[in-house]
Design a protein around this ligand. Structure first.
Ligand SMILES: NC(=O)c1ccc[n+]([C@@H]2O[C@H](COP(=O)([O-])OP(=O)(O)OC[C@H]3O[C@@H](n4cnc5c(N)ncnc54)[C@H](OP(=O)(O)O)[C@@H]3O)[C@@H](O)[C@H]2O)c1
Length: 273
């Protein structure tokens, strides 16, 4: 897919992966619409400063992906301002890494509402604006393919995103609309900076198994992946290997490896459960 003069909608565009991807797209000549709960002037300035030329437009829209009316209204507004999207990148998401015994029903539902129902709402808002040749990209996670300790809510939501994307791909392919899903390993974003201070030690150690990427490195790989025709985009060599192992080894083997990492983590002095 070409980027120059194409229109890209990025949810979660105010931070982390969404913000960096928006900068990269703007630098390649795209028109970009940013959607987020909060979008400060600094985020907007970063994307505007990255623009290839001043003719390229950047619009910002406050919207909650967990609220279908809010995101649908924001997409309609963006379509009026910069035109319908050639590619929608749904990066809005939250995490709540906690052992299930300590996870409230409210937190569980909040994670599913934003990550899974948010994915549904973004797809529904985008659908009337898409044409043959356009593309929908959803950000899931390595936790979708190899969920572990601390990720009952997050892993469930992201596995749901993966299944949703695969089913939707099958429905939209005959009309020439492409669907892809990105499964990043840990990426050093504000979400992770926060999460490192609260997540259980076993979650920390399991996450490291698939490697950790800087935002620039991750987003370079994500951009290359989503501009191609692949359905599943996994940034990072170590993450690709972890994915292949999780697919090819019997569960008893992957579970034995994970259980060993968990029991060692729990035995660490001061381990968080
Ligand atoms: N970073 C990682 O290690 C990693 C790994 C795998 C997958 N992912 C996924 O990648 C995506 C981006 O994560 P990130 O690390 O870039 O996180 P981030 O820096 O926190 O960026 C996510 C953005 O989405 C926004 N957001 C949260 N809930 C929203 C809602 N209901 N409606 C609209 N926007 C909302 C956040 O706003 P607030 O800051 O106000 O919440 C934030 O600006 C997420 O889907 C995440 O699950 C991240």
């Amino acid at each position: 897919m070409r980027v120059d003069e194409r229109r890209f909608y990025v949810t979660g565009g105010g931070s982390g992966i969404g913000l960096r991807l928006a900068e990269l797209l703007a630098a390649r000549g795209a028109h970009v619409a940013l959607f987020d709960l909060r979008l400060d002037d600094d985020a907007l300035r970063r994307v505007e400063a990255a623009r290839a030329t001043r003719e390229r437009r950047v619009s910002r829209h406050l919207a909650d992906v967990a609220d279908s009316a809010s995101i649908a209204q924001a997409f309609r507004q963006a379509a009026e301002e910069i035109g319908p999207p050639d590619l929608v990148f749904n990066s809005a998401g939250i995490s709540c890494p906690r052992a299930f015994a300590d996870l409230s029903q409210e937190d569980f539902e909040r994670v599913l509402r934003v990550n899974l129902f948010g994915t549904r709402n973004v797809a529904a808002a985008a659908l009337p604006l898409l044409r043959p040749g356009s593309k929908l990209v959803f950000v899931a996670s390595m936790a979708a393919v190899a969920p572990g300790y601390g990720y009952t809510a997050y892993g469930t939501s992201k596995a749901g995103v993966l299944a949703f994307a695969e089913a939707l791909r099958s429905e939209l392919a005959p009309g020439g609309i492409d669907v892809a899903v990105v499964c990043p390993p840990e990426v050093a974003t504000p979400l992770v900076a926060w999460s490192r201070n609260v997540r259980p030690t076993p979650t920390e150690r399991l996450t490291r198994f698939a490697g950790s990427l800087g935002v620039d490195e991750a987003c370079d790989a994500i951009l290359a992946g989503i501009l191609g025709r692949r359905f599943l985009v996994i940034p990072g060599r170590r993450a690709k290997l972890a994915y292949l192992l999780s697919r090819s080894l019997p569960k008893r083997v992957t579970h034995a490896i994970a259980d060993r990492i968990v029991s060692r983590a729990l035995a660490e002095p001061g381990a968080r459960r």
